[in-house]
Design a protein around this ligand. Structure first.
Ligand code: DGL
Length: 272
């Protein structure tokens, strides 16, 4: 099961579907509470645990992926305590960006909540103490990714304005890596690349998460002869919304291009 506040976690599903052949995904988008990035920590903690406890009982997944940085940096310990399956979280890819930067200046593009979390401070002081880290929090960019998956046009001008502090001439050296610390943002990778200087790499955590999921599933296959998620004849993915279901043709074609070959959609599921 893969979880996010909206369509952002689909960017993580894309990597999982490439790496984990035969996996069946139940994708849960808590869009009734979207966006998470502007909500209080207390509200989010209670909300996420309630929604996921219900969905866990209904779908009995082998692995749960919290494909949302805003949620992961807040509720992973709670969920791991309550659920008896592996819970994989997504945190901003500060570590690889800090290891690979040549200029020593990296960007972090995330929700306002993730940008100010103490978890993020810890990641930076542990893995990037030698780097200047320029942080930009944007709720608007999260909405733009949602709009993009509904088939609406993305304004390059607006993207340029949101990301302009990364490319300011006042930095100690040019930024060469920008961490996409929100799972919605890789969905706009092509547009971000278009409006950034040459040589800038936009780094996300999708492939690292997919590798972790692959290892966990291989371990499970070793333990049980045939876990339900690996029967190839049952490969109909589910995409579930807590609010209104997103079901227009453009979204369906985006799901196909992200690797969902066969799926069913459901909206307004009961939770809590
Ligand atoms: N996709 C999310 C993340 O990775 C959350 C976006 C939001 O709902 O604000 O943080």
């Amino acid at each position: 099961m893969v979880f996010d506040s909206g369509v952002g976690g689909l960017s993580v599903c894309q990597s999982i579907l490439v790496s984990c052949l035969g996996v069946r995904i139940v994708y849960v988008a808590d869009n009734a509470a979207f966006p998470y990035g502007t909500k209080s920590d207390d509200y989010l903690r209670e909300r996420i645990v309630t929604v996921l406890s219900d969905q866990y009982i209904t779908h009995q997944p082998d692995v749960l992926v919290i494909a949302c940085n805003t949620a992961s940096t807040l509720v992973l310990p709670d969920l791991r305590e309550r659920l008896s399956i592996p819970v994989v979280g997504v945190v901003p890819a500060i570590k690889p960006a800090a290891l690979e930067t040549k200029t020593g200046v990296i960007g972090l593009l995330a929700t306002s909540a993730t940008v100010r979390r103490s978890y993020t401070d810890q990641l930076i002081s542990e893995f990037a103490p030698h780097c200047d880290v320029v942080r930009v929090g944007s709720s608007r960019l999260v909405e733009m990714a949602e709009e993009h998956l509904r088939g609406e046009a993305v304004s390059e001008l607006e993207l340029g304005e949101i990301t302009s502090s990364f490319f300011s001439e006042n930095l100690s050296a040019p930024i060469d890596k920008v961490v996409l610390g929100c799972t919605h943002f890789p969905l706009l990778r092509a547009q971000l690349e278009k409006c950034s200087p040459k040589g800038v790499e936009w780094v996300d955590s999708g492939d690292a998460i997919a590798l972790r999921v692959k290892n966990l599933l291989e371990h499970l296959i070793g333990e049980h002869s045939s876990p339900s998620n690996h029967q190839t004849d049952k490969l109909i993915h589910e995409v579930i919304f807590t609010g209104n279901e997103l079901a227009n043709d453009f979204f369906k074609s985006m799901l196909c291009s992200l690797g969902f070959k066969s799926f069913k959609l459901a909206g307004r599921i009961r939770c809590g």
